[in-house]
Design a protein around this ligand. Structure first.
Ligand code: AKG
Length: 289
């Protein structure tokens, strides 16, 4: 899928771009089925999972592509990788992948932050619009009620005074089970007065592309509907950390960084469609309506 010049300009200006309808119902059903397996201690690499502080339910699962054929195909599909290469150039690798679960009633918040604060500590030198990119695929219909991710548009263009050019932060390792380098409230107030916060809502299958410095957060999911997402991060090969050692004090899993740092090759759309077919998901999804 090729993005238009207008979409690219919007991404550069806002720090995010929403594209609807990139995955079909049966494809989403496949990814959700696999997520249900990966999000348990029975997965092949259980150390890659993080559980919620209060309920002990699954919060996020790293490296799902290692344990699931569907996820291994999904992060390299042309519909994702072509736009990523339009932004970053052809020589890109997977920085990491995650499933973020935000389960009904128990999914806990993500404080305001810039991802690049921690990725710079992991050794990535540059976090500009053409250096690293995150791709979020909504796996559930997402509304204001079930804890959507919210962004401060234009926040990626703010020049921060901290290492890597990020905004001032404090290290919050208490609020949830996953420590976050939380952007100070004063910056959120100042920036959101200039450009109002946007919530990323939409039907399952909607995709959001956003930069490593775009400030974002989400609230607890108090609703009775899950809000799962596929969270894929890509980096340019020439922005590679020289080591797997990180300066972060908070690494809770050895899987948070992908160690297979080779230029990605597209996967085959037909192979992905074949898996959907094999599992009989098209019939299951249409029977549900
Ligand atoms: O899934 C969410 O609600 C937010 C996740 C997030 O902000 C992150 O992983 O950096």
């Amino acid at each position: 899928m090729e993005l238009t010049d207008a979409q690219i300009e919007k991404y550069e200006r806002d720090g995010l771009l929403v594209v609807g309808g990139l995955f079909t119902g049966p494809e989403i059903a496949l990814l959700r089925d696999e997520a249900a397996v990966v999000g348990t201690p029975q997965r092949k690499t259980p150390g890659a999972n993080v559980y919620e502080k209060k309920s002990g339910k699954i919060r996020q699962a790293y490296a799902s592509e290692q344990d699931s054929e569907a996820w291994n195909l999904a992060y390299r599909l042309p519909r994702i990788l072509e736009p990523v290469q339009q932004f970053l150039g052809e020589q890109v690798y997977l920085w990491h992948s995650r499933i973020i679960f935000k389960l009904a009633h128990v999914g806990e918040q993500w404080q305001w932050h810039q991802d690049f604060t921690s990725w710079h500590m992991d050794g990535a030198a540059r976090g500009g619009v053409h250096d690293m990119i995150s791709v979020m695929v909504l796996l559930d219909d997402t509304t204001s009620e079930n804890g959507p991710v919210r962004f401060v548009p234009g926040s990626h263009l703010e020049e921060g005074a901290q290492e890597g050019g990020v905004l001032d932060w404090h290290y919050d390792f208490e609020t949830t089970a996953y420590p976050v380098h939380t952007t100070l409230d004063e910056h959120i107030e100042r920036m959101s007065a200039k450009r109002p916060i946007v919530e990323c809502t939409g039907p399952a299958g909607t995709v959001v592309f956003f930069t490593a410095k775009t400030v974002h957060s989400s609230t607890d999911n108090l609703s009775s509907r899950d809000r799962r997402i596929m969270y894929l991060v890509y980096n340019r090969l020439d922005n590679m950390p020289s080591t797997m050692e990180t300066q972060r004090p908070d690494v809770v899993t050895p899987y948070y960084l992908n160690d297979n740092r080779v230029a990605l090759e597209m996967s085959d759309e037909d192979a992905f469609a074949g898996l959907v077919e094999q599992r009989g998901l098209a019939a299951r999804v249409s029977a549900a309506f």
